[in-house]
Design a protein around this ligand. Structure first.
Ligand code: MN
Length: 128
């Protein structure tokens, strides 16, 4: 069965890029454009991994992540923050909010696929 990734991202160009990269690697992609629908999609579909934009039109991506990690039914799903600010303080904020890792923007194919593969394998090991 294909690995399912949910991307929560309000920028259509970034979403298009993520879609292209994930399809090329055989992942199944679920999409949400804001935090509220993202959280609902995570609860409804229990994806294998979540890509979370930090700046969303409604709830901040880090706040959505806190809510994911506070819900035992979905807390184990790896969340990777998509952050434009690759500064150290921003990375710390992501990890403090409960993100498992992060992918800096601009997104590159190699970095996105390597990071996703690492966390998918890690979570498979945890469930073995
Ligand atoms: Mn955004």
């Amino acid at each position: 069965m294909a690995i399912r990734v949910l991307c929560v991202e309000d920028n259509p160009q970034n979403m298009r890029l993520v879609r292209k990269i994930l399809f090329s690697a055989g992942y199944e992609l679920l999409e949400a454009q804001d935090g509220t629908s993202g959280l609902a999609a995570i609860r409804a579909h229990k994806p294998d991994l979540v890509l979370m934009d930090v700046n969303l039109p409604d709830i901040d991506g880090l706040e959505v992540t806190k809510q994911i990690k506070a819900d035992p039914s979905i807390a184990a799903i790896p969340v990777l923050a998509l952050t434009a600010n690759a500064m150290h303080g921003d990375r710390d904020r992501c990890l403090a909010a409960g993100c498992d890792g992060y992918v800096p923007k601009p997104i590159t194919k190699t970095e996105l696929l390597n990071t996703i593969a690492f966390f998918v394998k890690k979570s498979e090991r945890n469930h073995a």
